[in-house]
Design a protein around this ligand. Structure first.
Ligand code: UDP
Length: 585
């Protein structure tokens, strides 16, 4: 079972953030059945109870402890990476991203809004924290621009706010209320003039009749804003009691005839349910969303003029009633994009992308299962046992890079790959052969082995058969052949139809060879296995266990064959390229 940890501004009673959390949880559960979700929250008990997940406190210590047994760290929305509300909170969220990286846990930014980042230090910190993430999905184009401007080189994808996936709970609060019901979802902000808003609310009521309603979006805070405004109003108004679940708030917004919305998620909730809305912008995110759904330009929060607000409300209501079926906002596309967030998370649990190469985050059993699936499928597959030198080679050899891109399965063979992909364990090619031979003997798959000097593949085959009696070796052939012999070899394999082809011609050469002959050969699972036959045959010793455990098998192999110097030099280059990609240089 895959374990995911979600962090954000949760458990503070902010409807927007709670809506996001609720939608993240349900979309993850839908996309990845059997997922184990933990949320870091200011009120862990409440979060556990509300969403049926595990919850921990927001303390860095507890997050760190949980990260140690986490497969994916999700930095959830809404706008965590901004320095308008406070620098301290930006430092906290960036700190968690960096902490996850230290704990070698893959990280995803899940449909977040990024910015504004007013201070230089904030931009630097965000660049450092975000560059190390494995997948960056942002909720709007503006956020993507911010990341580019601050120098994040890793590609970010524009998805949408997860809250688009929330389903409303019908509330029927205003069934017996005089219409139109005009809702206000406001927050305190510098420069906002409550007296103007009170005048506007009164004027709207006088012109249109109906009911004025205030809907708090942040427990405690927005309620007092509503009270300050209603105290200044001449007409009476309703302040909606603090509603517990975000889906209920969504239901309340759905009952309105028009919304004057300052809280971003109040406008999102209105658009989701075709409720006409007048946006009041205190932050670029509100403007960005209003533009995205093609509504009128928002009123600036510092410039609220009562008459202007009244005419905006009248206009939008007039427009809505003039249209058949009322106003509707183009949000279907955003709903689809919002679903993409969980799809990326699912991919991330299974694959990594480093230096432009995608590979599979698999452990031994999973890798062997995948190879068995290739066999069951029957069509030919190229399986690469990926190491760091190959990545460096792909960096300067376009043909090789395209072979890697076409490969069906890339198994993390070396310590460099597990480091760069933040994986728990490597799947050494030689151990993979052993596992496959074991499964093949049990299930009757046949193996063809090509590679190494004359007689070695045969010797390795005999060793495997000795270890796994009943193993079907369809053939063994040396790795040195002329063009004419090559044609014969290909024809033979094609005729024999083995289930698995192990090809040990050395990295690069073997993958290119498989790619070239894949469809002629028609073998369901073709694996490049490098110098493994030499080791299985007993001609070359494998590093002692303690050397392997220290992650130094590559050094041992170099000591055995100093001609590998050129390959050894690829390792520091690999480290450099990966660190540069993460934006640490
Ligand atoms: N080899 C081969 N044919 C060739 C070149 C190399 O069969 O034309 C064999 C070589 O004998 C050795 C393996 O490929 O068994 C390469 O071993 P190395 O340890 O260099 O490969 P790696 O596992 O590092 O890719």
């Amino acid at each position: 079972m895959k374990k995911v940890l979600i962090s954000g501004y949760y458990g503070f009673g902010n409807t927007g953030d709670e809506a996001i959390l609720s939608a993240i949880i349900s979309s993850l559960k839908l996309e990845i059945p059997n997922i184990d979700i933990t949320v870091s929250s200011a009120r862990p008990e409440e979060t556990e109870h509300r969403y049926s997940v595990k919850a921990i406190s927001r303390s860095v210590r507890e997050v760190r402890r949980t990260l140690k047994r986490t497969d994916l760290f999700i930095s959830g929305g809404g706008g965590l990476l901004q320095d308008v509300t406070s620098l301290k909170s930006l430092a906290y969220y960036c700190g968690l991203l960096i902490l996850a990286r230290i704990e070698r846990v893959p990280v995803m930014i899940f449909g977040q809004g990024i910015g504004p980042l007013k201070r230089r230090i904030s931009r630097m910190l965000t660049r450092l924290a975000v560059s190390g993430c494995n997948a960056i999905a942002v909720r709007d184009e503006g956020s993507k621009r911010v990341l580019e401007e601050i120098g994040v080189r890793r590609e970010s994808i524009v998805t949408a706010d997860p809250a688009f996936l929330l389903k409303p709970v019908k509330t029927s609060r205003f069934d017996d209320t005089e219409r139109p019901v005009v809702g206000f979802a406001l927050r305190a902000w510098q420069g906002i003039d409550f007296a103007s808003i009170a005048r506007a609310a009164d004027a709207i009521g006088e012109r249109l009749g109906g009911t004025t309603v205030f809907i708090p979006f942040h427990q405690g805070r927005d309620h007092s804003v509503a009270e300050q405004i209603t105290q200044r109003m001449k007409r009476s108004a309703v302040v909606v009691d603090e509603v517990d679940l975000p889906a209920e708030v969504l239901g309340v917004i759905g009952e309105l005839d028009v919304l004057v919305g300052m809280r971003l998620h109040s406008t999102i909730f209105a658009a989701m349910q075709s409720v006409p809305f007048v946006p009041i912008s205190y932050d670029p995110k509100v403007t960005e969303f209003a533009m995205a759904v093609g509504t009128m330009e928002p009123v600036s929060s510092v410039n609220i003029d009562a008459d202007m607000l009244v005419s905006r409300v009248e206009n939008i209501l007039g427009l809505s009633s003039s249209l058949d079926g009322g106003l509707s906002y183009p949000i279907e596309d955003m709903r689809l994009k919002a679903r993409q967030n969980a799809v990326f998370a699912k991919q991330l649990l299974k694959e990594r992308r480093v230096l432009g190469i995608r590979f599979d985050a698999l452990e031994m059993d999973e890798a062997a299962d995948s190879i068995e699936r290739c066999i069951a499928e029957g069509r030919p597959h190229l399986v690469v046992t990926l190491n760091a030198e190959m990545m460096v080679m792909a960096n300067s050899d376009a043909a090789f890079k395209s072979v890697l891109e076409k490969a069906d399965l890339l198994i993390p063979d070396s310590i460099g790959i597990t480091w760069a992909g933040k994986l728990r364990a490597r799947v050494p090619g030689i151990e993979m052969i052993d596992e496959l031979a074991k499964r093949a003997a049990g299930k009757g798959y046949s193996l063809y082995m090509v590679g190494a000097d004359h007689g070695i593949a045969e010797k390795a085959a005999a060793k495997l058969r000795q270890k796994y009696p009943g193993l079907r070796i369809a053939g063994a052939h040396s790795g040195y052949f002329t063009k004419a012999q090559e044609a014969e070899l290909v024809a033979e394999i094609q005729a024999i139809k083995p289930d698995i082809l192990l090809l040990g011609l050395g990295m690069g050469k073997q993958e290119k060879w498989i790619a070239e002959h894949l469809h002629t050969l028609g073998v369901p699972a073709c694996l490049g296995v490098g110098g493994s036959f030499d080791v299985i045959a007993g001609n070359v010793n494998r590093a002692p266990v303690w050397v392997r455990q220290a992650g130094l098998e590559w050094l041992y192999r170099f000591a055995q064959r100093p001609t590998r110097l050129k390959r050894l030099l690829a390792l520091p280059k690999f480290v450099y390229l990966v660190i540069r990609e993460r934006g640490l240089m």
